[in-house]
Ligand binder design. Structure first.
Ligand SMILES: *Cc1c(COP(=O)(O)O)cnc(C)c1O
Length: 319
């Protein structure tokens, strides 16, 4: 397996220039004062499609050779990856098929259709989405774009941390939401090149700590489908490529509870005036839990996305 390097992140950055947003880095003097630290929030909730996934999706599609582009791409996701691939395909003029559960929220289906992708629905209880995707690949010659287990996807995601280091300089610690590990792997590539002494942490929901278990056992651990409001981090296992990168660059993994995510979601809304989805709150919640241990440190946090329906958002604010 060929692992991506920082060179691939640089190539991704050049492909994304003028296409992805350079998202803002915000800070809160209140948050800093509570911890006695300097915390820099990289706001990927302001990225196109509302999450960092546009970076990896676009980079993976832009890296395809012409004949593969012509045949099109297929992705399975009910979340941000679906919209990332659909928008990237539209921008590059590539046909796209997105495989979604028939229970996916109507807004998500509409958004994906709005980017011109074809949506194929399946029944979560009786059908296997990977099998359906493989059928499309087999029958049409389309290329499958995985949400994290792909070198170009990882390189694209790495441009988020690259921009953060480019803007604020070296950091002591960086906290990154962790599902399948694409964002964390990319962040590790950028940190190792731009701030080699920075300690990088992936942050999982406590109920879905497969990566933490995997590091402890030195092998990829599969867990039962976890329950958490962090719906972008409910993956049951890392992929070999992300596991290898996380091990190689010595990332730490910490966990947080749903109640702590809600507390951060409220903090972002009330103090910082930004909408952050629960999964996007993972990094900030982990930093908050460190309390005074981060005193005097320069700390980065990637806010990974802001896609949440307003009913759920208002319920979490009021809960
Ligand atoms: C996909 C996603 C994650 C997890 O990213 P991985 O690359 O799978 O680790 C975190 N936050 C949001 C908002 C996401 O969409």
């Amino acid at each position: 397996m060929k692992l991506p390097s920082y060179e691939d992140v640089l190539l991704a950055a050049s492909r994304l220039r003028g296409i992805a947003h350079t998202t803002p880095v915000l800070s809160s003097s209140w948050f800093n004062a509570q911890l006695g630290a300097q915390v820099f929030f990289k706001c990927e909730n302001f990225q196109r499609i509302g999450a960092f996934k546009f970076r990896g999706g676009y980079n993976a599609l832009a890296a395809l050779p012409p004949e593969q582009r012509q045949r099109g791409v297929v992705a399975f996701s009910s979340g941000n990856h679906a919209q990332a691939v659909a928008l990237a395909a539209q921008l590059l003029g590539i046909p796209a098929v997105i495989i979604m559960p028939n229970t996916a929220p109507a807004t998500k289906k509409a958004a994906t259709l709005g980017y011109g992708a074809k949506v194929v629905e399946y029944d979560r209880l009786t059908e296997d989405r990977e099998q359906i995707a493989q059928q499309w690949v087999h029958n049409t010659g389309m290329t499958l774009i995985p949400p994290f287990a792909d070198a170009q996807v990882i390189a694209g995601q790495g441009t988020a941390a690259k921009e953060l280091f480019d803007e604020v300089g070296g950091l002591d610690e960086l906290y990154v939401p962790l599902g399948g590990g694409g964002l964390l792997s990319g962040a590790l590539l950028s940190a190792q090149a731009l701030s080699p002494d920075c300690r990088v942490y992936g942050v999982e929901p406590e109920t879905g700590n497969d990566a933490q278990q995997s590091l402890a056992q030195n092998k990829i651990v599969h867990i039962e489908p976890p329950r958490s409001i962090a719906d972008g981090a409910l993956t049951q296992a890392l992929a070999p490529i992300t596991f290898q990168l996380i091990q190689r660059y010595g990332a730490g993994v910490v966990t947080v509870q749903d109640a702590e995510l809600i507390q951060m979601l409220r903090f972002f809304a009330q103090r910082m005036k930004i909408v952050v989805e629960p999964t996007g709150c993972l990094g900030a919640a982990a930093v908050w839990n460190q309390g005074k241990q981060l005193q005097g440190k320069r700390v980065g946090v990637i806010i990974s996305g802001g896609n949440i329906d307003l009913t759920t958002f208002s319920q979490l604010l009021a809960s």
